[in-house]
Design a protein around this ligand. Structure first.
Ligand code: GLV
Length: 303
């Protein structure tokens, strides 16, 4: 049983002593694989082309929370996403920052600041402002609880509609009602065939007029042209995006220069090296003990 590690040298430097101390074998880089038959686990963001080189591969661990970048895996190979409290907390922080920035009209003030213009506007109350979170997984729930603690009136939407204590959660049948009460819409959905392009003209039309968009899902979920139309029509007031399609967004792209949009370069979270290693150890241990793999992905659903 050995873990093939295909990630950055900085991450390898932190992982190697942690796995060694736990008595686990870690091979860094495909060039270092002496016996492909010994490789049972693979840590990577995107796997190498030919996984058949490793006949005993059992588990692929995504180095991040997302798995949409993974190609279909060979039959019988499990897919696991990294579960790390730091990832969830970092994305929560970015979402809360973005929601507050849009709520407090930072795009307007940043544009004024660029012109050296001192001009005040009415200050809105967080209390009672309605936030809608699409995607009520671990990160969505954490963000919902934090925003609720700031006084926002928070509701969630998820495919399952699974209840969350203290938060009104809508299921598929409640989508329109949910959108209609989202003064600030937060997208934290995983990328699947159903969510590709979900942030498009139909969805924007169902938001309250002047609603704001916070997007930390995946770039391919957002139709940027539809966002521009909705901004021009006043249907959407402003947007903060951590993900775009493509990534990187080309320097000449209009969205960089649209004062109503604030873009960060997919930095809402990055996996803390120690937490990533701890998760991999938990996956290795679970495999040995025959207990459920932490972070196991339903490959049919895509998350
Ligand atoms: C980042 O987007 C991740 O999936 O970890």
């Amino acid at each position: 049983m050995a873990l093939l590690f295909l990630s950055t040298p900085e991450r390898a430097a932190v992982w190697a002593p942690i796995l060694a101390a736990a008595g686990e074998e870690m091979v860094v880089g495909e060039h270092a694989v002496a016996d492909p038959g010994a490789i049972t686990h693979l840590l990577c963001w995107v796997p190498p082309q030919d996984l058949r080189r490793y006949p005993n591969l059992k588990v692929v661990i995504s180095s991040g929370a997302g798995v949409d970048q993974m190609p279909p895996l060979p039959e019988g190979v499990a897919l696991v996403r990294t579960l790390a409290p730091g990832i969830e907390e970092m994305v929560r922080d970015w979402v809360v920052m973005a929601a507050l920035m849009l709520h407090r009209e930072m795009p307007v003030y940043l544009a004024q600041a660029a012109e050296g213009r001192w001009q005040t506007r009415d200050v809105p109350l967080a209390r009672g402002t309605r936030v809608g979170i699409m995607g009520m997984g671990r990160i969505g729930v954490l963000a919902a609880q934090t925003l609720r603690g700031l006084g926002f009136d928070v509701a969630g939407w998820s495919r399952s509609g699974r209840p969350v204590a203290g938060i009104e959660v809508h299921g598929p049948g409640g989508r329109d009602a949910f959108l209609g009460r989202s003064d600030i819409l937060v997208c934290l959905l995983p990328l699947t065939p159903e969510t590709r392009g979900v942030l498009g003209p139909d969805l924007f039309a169902r938001l309250p007029r002047g609603a704001h968009l916070v997007h930390a899902g995946r770039g391919a979920q957002l139709d940027l042209g539809a966002l521009r139309d909705a901004l021009d029509a006043g249907q959407v007031g402003s947007a903060m995006l951590d993900v775009t399609d493509p990534e990187p967004l080309p320097p000449e792209h209009w969205a960089w220069r649209d004062a109503r949009i604030v873009i960060t370069p997919h930095v809402a979270a990055s996996t803390d090296h120690r937490e990533g290693a701890a998760h991999a150890l938990a996956v290795l241990r679970a495999g040995r003990e025959g207990t459920p793999l932490p972070g196991l992905v339903d490959q049919a659903k895509g998350y």
